[in-house]
Design a binder for this molecule. Structure first.
Ligand code: ADP
Ligand code: MG
Length: 250
């Protein structure tokens, strides 16, 4: 079994307003895939549809051949863009990580559950945060804890929606390396929405440029070709003449 995601003619609309338009793309197993596109281009809707949280209006998504979308949660780890948790919720990092293991808030943690949650934090080098209250954490620390929460079940597919938002560049680079290490050690497939083209360029095997429709899917090198970026980011009729640049060491 490989853990690829096959998307066929997918359309998502919200009360008639199209968010993703006739998208067909194959995310190959064991690859690091970046999704890049302007605000409102359907990136989060696409990830939500892969998890089964958002319904497809048309088309289909095959996740590793698993028919029932409820069963997908066994193999998918997800760091959503909008965190529903109140930052002032009186909980420790370890409890938030453990909540990724069960659907419900875990209550008092068993010692076995504690071990599992510690292991996930250790995996990303953040075990020192275990006893910290959520309200006391920086944005970057909180993102790491959410990543540990997504990894707690050792998923074969990891979906990340702008995991680096609100964190500084050094933290972002370490986050990218943590994700890449997890992918390699677990033969996982990573699908990451990012605004950071340099991260996508240097870390992803393939890039999907999305603007409701597929603008481009393939090797990162060609994705960041000016013509493709113009297509994805400019409005037709008034080209912005932006020169797109990439950082040296992402
Ligand atoms: P992105 O993640 O690329 O910024 P989204 O997938 O969040 O884009 O949103 C795509 C479009 O769908 C936007 O116009 C947004 O307003 C709309 N949208 C997203 N979620 C919902 C929802 N739950 N109900 C109605 N409209 C939504
Ligand atoms: Mg989004």
């Amino acid at each position: 079994m490989d853990f690829a995601i096959k998307i066929e003619d997918l359309t998502i609309d919200y009360n008639g307003k199209i968010a993703v338009d006739s998208l067909s793309v194959n995310f190959e197993a064991d690859k690091f895939i970046a999704i890049v596109g302007p605000n409102g281009s359907g990136k989060s809707s696409l990830l939500n549809a892969i998890t089964g949280l958002t319904k497809c209006s048309k088309g289909k998504i095959d996740v590793a051949g698993i028919k029932n979308s409820k069963d997908r949660s066994r193999i998918i780890g997800y760091v959503p863009q909008i965190k529903t948790l109140d930052r002032n919720f009186p909980a420790k990092a370890l409890e938030l990580v453990a909540s990724g293991y069960k659907k419900n808030w875990p209550g008092k943690l068993s010692s076995n559950m504690k071990d599992i949650a510690h292991e996930a934090l250790e995996m990303i080098g953040a075990d020192s945060l275990a006893d910290k209250q959520l309200a006391e954490m920086s944005g970057g620390e909180l993102q790491k804890v959410y990543l540990a929460r997504a990894l707690v079940k050792k998923p074969k597919i990891l979906l990340l929606d702008e995991p680096a938002t609100g964190i500084d560049m050094v933290c972002e680079q370490s986050l990218n390396h943590i994700i890449e290490k997890y992918k390699t050690e677990n033969s996982a497939t990573v699908v990451m929405v990012t605004h950071d083209w340099s991260s996508a360029y240097y870390h992803a095997n393939n890039v999907l440029l999305l603007n409701k429709k597929k603008v481009y899917y393939g090797a990162a090198k060609e994705a960041f070709d000016n013509a493709n970026l113009q297509l994805a980011f400019s409005h037709p009729g008034h080209k912005h003449n932006v020169e797109f640049g990439l950082r040296e060491n992402a």
